[in-house]
Write a protein that binds this ligand. Structure first.
Ligand SMILES: [Zn+2]
Length: 289
């Protein structure tokens, strides 16, 4: 082979080699571009996901105030009578029952009332307020431990707070219930409500479907000892009220008060119990289905 031919081959070989290198360089460039594009795409996806978090499992929205059902049926009963719908009250054919109820406590008189009830082995129902329970949590525990029923009677018992609007009503009931549940445990607190001042009257009509939509039963009374009357309330008057109202054959739900100044109620409770027994009543507490 001539020297010229060898040089020619050598040049061809170099040309071939440099083409190959160029091709590899191009491939590398394309690869680099692809990697950069992939990185940009991935970053964009991460940023998008960070800015638009996927909705977690649907969490039921906690509504601050339950919606008042319009057009819900209003319970109908004469003023001051007990609405006993949905309550576990005794079948009157099995004999008449007296449900003694004490509102507004606990108070300085609760222990004395509980002593009397214990002496007669009677169970009653205490409609307590959140504020009073906060002052006397031990008395709520005693009421519960001695087997009596507990009902919600609002948080403050201030009519202007409770009945101002549906929100204020809802808050009054809910806050009180939370206080009772924190002390006794939710499983020991039933959803039973007594409207301060009773459930009757035009102003309270809007709250009847509301309390029901909150899952509560409510109850008024159909007899009372009159202890919500003014200063000259006496034992004689209390007995007059009871004897006048608790004579028929039906169940009676007797309204009384557990508050500091209701000492006549404490004093007359044994007499009231004995009178009701003599009239054929047995006693029970109010419980919700
Ligand atoms: Zn009250």
């Amino acid at each position: 082979m001539s020297e010229l031919k060898l040089i020619e081959l050598d040049i061809k070989g170099k040309k071939f080699a440099s083409r190959k290198i160029r091709r590899i360089k191009w491939l590398l460039r394309i690869l680099a571009v692809l990697i950069i594009l992939a990185c940009i795409g991935l970053s964009a996806l991460l940023v998008y996901n960070a800015l638009n978090p996927k909705p977690q499992q649907e969490i039921p929205q906690q509504t601050e105030t339950p919606i008042v059902q319009t057009g819900a049926e209003m319970p109908e009963y004469p003023e001051g009578r007990a609405d006993i719908t949905g309550l576990l009250l005794a079948d009157e054919s099995m004999g008449k029952k007296a449900y003694l109820t004490f509102d507004d406590g606990p108070s300085e008189n609760t222990a004395a009332l509980l002593d009397v009830l214990k002496a007669y082995n009677i169970k009653a129902t205490f409609f307590v307020t959140g504020e009073a329970v906060n002052k006397n949590p031990d008395l709520l525990v005693r009421i519960h431990n001695e087997g009596h029923a507990i009902g919600n009677h609002s948080n403050t018992h201030v009519y202007n707070n409770i009945y101002d609007n549906p929100d204020s009503f809802w808050l009054e009931v809910t806050e009180a219930q939370k206080i009772f549940e924190n002390i006794l445990g939710a499983e020991n607190v039933q959803k039973l409500f007594r409207f301060p001042g009773g459930s009757f009257g035009e102003k309270k009509e809007q709250f009847l479907p509301l309390i029901e939509s909150m899952g509560y039963k409510y109850v008024d009374w159909n007899a009372l000892n009159g202890d919500a009357e003014g200063g000259d309330f006496t034992a004689e008057k209390a007995m007059e009220y009871i004897e006048e109202q608790c004579t028929d054959t039906g169940n009676v739900i007797v309204l009384m008060h557990d508050a500091k100044n209701k000492t006549v109620t404490v004093e007359t409770l044994p007499q009231i119990i004995e009178y009701l027994r003599s009239e054929g009543y047995s006693f029970d507490k109010i419980t919700v289905n």
